[in-house]
Design a binder for this molecule. Structure first.
Ligand code: NAD
Length: 261
């Protein structure tokens, strides 16, 4: 636990499910005031809210689409109106779909880029603007992916979006370092969340993914949430412009693990 997080106001996008949900719960445990952005009613964000409140935490929910500028502006206004500040902004919302590149439609390309890259840009911009205006030495965290590093055939739009988030983060970190605003990424490897539900329900595909992970198992959303809590905390006060890779070693060329190659 990171005691300096107590009372901090945090917005997390796409937080009704998966990694975002685990981050929301973790920040609530850290006694932050948590703004949970959810995308669709089917994701039942009220269950999460109830769970946090029953555990003694403080949270609110706001529906919105990170690709819409007015919605992102509304998240920040909501945090200000509800809790009087904004200290931490987590750009977590993201989507992917598998398509051979020669058949990738412009519509799919735009959808993934708009959500993963433009949505992250809007969140970063609005959070930075608020923090600058209010002299808050805040923390902005983007959930990118190991695919900000590893190329991914059939997911070129996803890889392009996450690669874009890497340089967006690094450039913003440089720009806002003089103001004490830290900007970092977390790059998860394979994590057990709804985005992978179909893939991991097939034992063969799951085994194939596990083979790519030196630690030998698929990660849990809580293992990413603890990285977010660390990066937001004072314990990471000298950390900016970096990607914290949480991938069980996936980016370290597992094919060489047995001394081959
Ligand atoms: P998930 O599908 O559970 O979470 C994605 C969330 O984003 C959902 O709640 C969804 O409703 C929300 N979302 C989608 N479009 C949105 C929009 N336009 N506006 C607001 N919210 C929107 O999957 P997850 O694994 O928890 O993914 C969270 C993040 O982690 C994503 O950015 C994903 O790319 C990244 N990631 C996941 C893994 C993994 O293995 N699970 C690995 C690397 C990176």
């Amino acid at each position: 636990m990171f005691s300096d997080l107590k009372g901090k106001v945090v917005i997390i996008t796409g937080a009704a499910t998966g990694i975002g949900k685990a981050i929301a719960k973790r920040f609530a445990e850290e006694q932050c005031k948590v703004v949970i952005n959810y995308f669709s009613e089917e994701e039942n964000p009220r269950e999460l809210l109830k769970e946090i409140e029953q555990g003694g935490g403080t949270a609110s929910i706001i529906q919105g689409d990170v690709t819409k500028e007015e919605d992102v502006l509304a998240f920040v206004k909501f945090a200000q109106d509800t809790y009087g500040s904004l200290d931490i902004y987590v750009n977590n919302a993201g989507i992917e779909n598998e398509v051979p590149t020669e058949r990738l439609s412009l519509e799919d390309w735009n959808k993934v880029l708009n959500t993963n890259l433009t949505g992250t840009f809007l969140g970063c911009r609005e959070a930075a603007e608020y923090m600058l205006k209010n002299n808050i030495k805040g923390s902005i965290i983007n959930i990118s992916s190991v695919h900000e590093i590893i190329p991914w055939p059939h997911f070129v739009h996803y890889a392009a979006s996450k690669g874009g988030v890497k340089l967006l983060m690094e450039s913003m970190a440089l720009e806002f370092a003089p103001d004490g605003i830290r900007v970092n990424n977390i790059a998860p490897g394979a994590i057990d969340t709804p985005i992978n539900a179909e893939k991991f329900s097939d034992p063969e595909k799951k085994k194939g993914v596990e083979k790519l992970i030196p630690l030998g198992y698929i990660g849990e959303p809580e293992q990413i949430a603890s990285c977010a809590a660390f990066l937001a905390s004072e314990q990471a006060s000298y950390v900016t412009g970096t990607t914290l890779i949480a991938d069980g070693g996936m980016t370290k060329y597992p094919g060489f693990q047995a001394g081959k190659g």
